[in-house]
Design a protein around this ligand. Structure first.
Ligand code: PBG
Length: 359
């Protein structure tokens, strides 16, 4: 309200003040106040719940897990406190837990024994590799969980890169054939969603064409569409064993953290090539990208709260510097606010339990 009692827009009020800077003394410091009190809606818990714009549910969560060879093994990942590499039987137990917690899907990553890694990433095409074993075992015991398999060669190559190398360069087009083979092997093992994370040009189209040709017309693709060359992947590479194998960095294929227009082009291309869902990665430092992607394309949009984000929050929580439970939920609802439909997070089971407790 204005001082004369007539409602005016804040803009008009401000313009008037600016015009007449010498007589501003009678203007209220906060023009809407006390008619407008933002705190009214925040006063009670029921009211805060009523006006909440976004909500996180277990349905929004994808739980990434790491598979290791052996039986009854849970091998801790040092840089990811609380995360273990799981043998296939333990992965089945985790899938059972995920279903109980209402988590719709899991993403499966392997730790490959060093002796099995080679230049060509041959294990990626072995229909009996750890990922395929885990997918078959989980699908047999827990058929109702969605399973996502990563397409990229880094857990299998002796050089730690996502594609094949020719000399000291990543060879885009030769890599495509390998990635297609990997995707087919995973699909035949029972993967529901193929998630190319390699960032080679043309890979979504190549995988989609191969899936169609092989009769896998219902297999979904979730492309890591805007994936940045990020230092936040460090602990993941510890978990998969590629920290020690990786030669150089991934900047010739993953995106420059300075860019967002480029992210829109990447997403647009993946959609044109036949992806069903798109992903932005990492998460917290890239919320602006999530928002732009969602606004521009209205696609099912996912975000990956990556290993380094998990490690940061866990380290601070373990030191007593942050309230772990609260920062987990706050960071996850932040992704929803930015426009994400779902979140890949190592916190998935913990978050699902917290959500269940809150009801
Ligand atoms: C493999 C891949 C990576 C992640 C997912 N798939 C690492 C990388 O690109 O080096 C990162 C996930 C995380 O940090 O949690 N291409």
């Amino acid at each position: 309200m204005s001082s004369t009692g007539r409602p005016v827009s804040l803009g008009a009020e401000r313009a008037k003040r600016d015009e007449n800077t010498t007589t501003q003394t009678s203007e209220p410091a906060a023009p809407g106040f006390p008619s407008v009190r933002m705190r009214r809606n925040r006063r009670a818990d029921w009211s805060r719940r009523l006006v909440a714009e976004n909500a996180l549910t277990a349905n929004d969560l994808i739980w990434p897990i790491f598979i290791v060879d052996g039986d009854n093994v849970r091998a801790p990942v040092e840089s990811m406190p609380g995360v273990d590499r799981l043998s296939v039987d333990q992965a089945v137990a985790a899938a059972t837990e995920a279903v109980e917690l209402n988590i719709p899907a899991m993403a499966v990553f392997p730790y490959t024994e060093p002796a099995l890694r080679d230049d060509a990433g041959s294990q990626a095409f072995n229909p009996d590799n750890l990922v395929c074993q885990a997918v078959r075992a989980i699908k047999e015991s827990v058929p109702d969980i969605g399973l996502i398999c990563d397409v990229a060669l880094d857990p299998y190559t002796s050089h730690g890169h996502d594609g094949l190398m020719s000399g000291d360069k990543i060879d885009n087009d030769r890599s495509l054939d390998a990635l297609v083979q990997q995707a087919l092997v995973q699909t035949e093992a029972g993967a529901d969603i193929i998630a190319p994370s390699d960032m080679m040009d043309g890979r979504v189209g190549a995988i989609r064409a191969a899936l169609e040709q092989a009769g896998h017309k219902d297999t979904q693709i979730m492309s890591y569409a805007a994936k940045y060359a990020s230092a936040f992947y460090g602990p993941f590479r510890d978990a998969t064993g590629s920290s020690s194998t990786l030669k150089g960095d991934k900047r010739t294929y993953q995106m420059d953290p300075s860019n967002t227009d480029e992210a829109l082009r990447e997403v647009e291309l993946d959609i044109a090539e036949g992806t069903d869902m798109v992903m932005v990665k990492p998460g917290l430092p890239y919320l602006d990208v999530v928002r732009r992607v969602k606004d521009a394309f209205a696609m099912p949009t996912f975000v990956y709260q990556v290993s380094g984000e998990y490690a940061m929050l866990m380290a601070a929580a373990q030191n007593g510097w942050l309230d772990g439970d609260r920062v987990i939920l706050e960071s996850l609802v932040g992704f929803k606010r930015a426009g994400a439909d779902g979140i890949l997070s190592y916190f998935a089971p913990q978050a699902a339990r917290l959500i269940a407790q809150a009801h």
